[in-house]
Ligand binder design. Sequence first.
Ligand code: ZN
Ligand code: ZN
Length: 97
Amino acid sequence: MNNKLTAAERKHLQRVKSLPCSVCNSPPPSAAHHINQGQQYTTVALCYDCHQGTMGWHGTKALWRIRKMDQLDALNETIRRLIEDGYQVERSDTKDF
Ligand SMILES: [Zn+2]
Ligand SMILES: [Zn+2]
């Protein structure tokens, strides 16, 4: 698998990690959980417990079931926070209308 990230992907991951946990709101820094390996823009901000803890996603998922959340619910929360924090997309092209 190609592990090389573009500068924009690295920047995105840093932003995701600077968010609170998308499942339980624990303060940052969070981990960036990859829903699909190698895809940086569908990563979810997660605290250790909700990510790799015994009851986290990679464990029993009990913390997720309590909140009735799946990965897309958590991704929606991550993206909502990015956008509401004023996510700046850097454009390489400019269009005139
Ligand atoms: Zn959490
Ligand atoms: Zn993960």
